[in-house]
Design a protein around this ligand. Structure first.
Ligand code: SF4
Length: 326
């Protein structure tokens, strides 16, 4: 008997979901819980995903926004993958807190670049989003006033440097590749002497996920980005899909958030996930569509990813024991 459900062809972007920095940050919390027991304090959401945060809470992680919410303790304090201003580890040392840094190594690379350019006497122009924790962390690597934030092409057009001959630009790791290119072009045309970063600051994971969306967006009637509203790279994926001509591009955290009216009458759907969204949430959304459609899934892969990052020294023995047990 023919199925009463309409057919839906799902194009699944790959790469999608967890990147090496997010994977490492979550591992750091889990390994710290295993090695030191609960509670383990985490400053800020370890990664921008409610599901991840809630599941770590059930294992004994306690999330705080600032160190002064943490009592005197010998238990570890973990800094999130987004990175922190220099004042945070300083404050932790002052209080003799034992901390583990889950800052993604690719964010640390940007911190080092900011530092090098500053030591060379350059004003650092940071391209990024105001208030994002990564931007707060990067700006906080240098004294107040040393970094100027540029968010848009318009900002780049109106920015007034202290000395146009002594400038360097760096970026947040999770920006739109295309928007950033436009902003950099304006800066370079206004300030030809501006120094670029040694290597692209927008990370491999951000770039790869945007490329995969570009390959799928024009082939589908709607696109779902699984991710959190405060996740920069997820927001960028939704914008990339729209810019590539997909008329319905929505950011969803869970299957329960699906507004079915958005997907009425479609026969093709693209799905991707931001770098902090676990695969289980992608599966949950596909399962939910399968209750209303006869779903077929095709993966569209535009890159292979093999990058992984080591956990901090203090946790390596626990990590080795865990992988031996698996
Ligand atoms: Fe690191 Fe990029 Fe992942 Fe951010 S998105 S945690 S910079 S790999």
């Amino acid at each position: 008997m023919p199925s009463a459900k309409p057919a839906l062809s799902v194009l699944l972007c790959a790469p999608r979901g967890f990147c090496a920095g997010v994977d490492r940050a979550i591992q750091i919390v889990e390994l710290a819980l295993q090695r030191y027991g609960a509670p383990v304090y985490v400053r800020h959401e370890i990664v921008h995903n409610k599901y991840v945060v809630e599941s770590l809470k059930t294992k004994g992680a306690v999330f705080v926004e600032e160190l002064d919410e943490i009592p005197e303790t010998a238990q570890p304090v973990i800094f999130s993958a987004h990175g922190v201003p220099k004042s945070v580890p300083e404050a932790a040392r002052y209080r003799s807190l034992f901390y583990l840094d889950a800052t993604c190594p690719l964010v640390s690379k940007v911190h080092k670049e900011a530092d090098v350019q500053f030591r060379r006497g350059r004003e650092v122009v940071l391209i990024g989003h105001t208030g994002h924790p990564e931007v707060v962390g990067t700006m906080g690597q240098l004294p107040p006033g040393a970094v100027s934030l540029v968010e848009t092409v318009e900002d780049a057009r109106t920015f007034t440097p202290r000395d146009a001959q002594n400038l360097a630009w760096i970026t947040q790791t999770t920006l739109s590749v295309d928007d950033t290119r436009d902003i950099v072009a304006v800066l370079q045309s206004r300030f030809p002497a501006i120094q670029p970063p040694h290597k692209d600051d927008i990370c491999y994971a951000t770039t790869n996920r945007q490329e995969a969306v570009k390959a799928v967006a024009h082939r589908v009637e709607a696109m779902i980005v699984v991710g959190a509203p405060n996740s920069s790279n997820s927001q960028r994926l939704r914008e990339v899909a729209e810019r590539e001509g997909c008329r319905r591009a929505v950011l969803l955290q869970r299957a329960g958030d699906i507004d079915w009216a958005d997907f009425e009458g479609i026969a093709t759907l693209g799905i991707t996930a931001g770098a902090s969204a676990p695969e289980v949430l992608v599966e949950e959304i596909i399962d939910s569509f399968a209750t209303r459609f006869t779903v077929s899934v095709e993966e569209v892969r535009t890159a292979e990813e093999t990058i992984s990052f080591a956990v901090p020294r203090e946790l390596r023995a626990t990590a080795a024991a865990r992988s031996a047990a698996e």
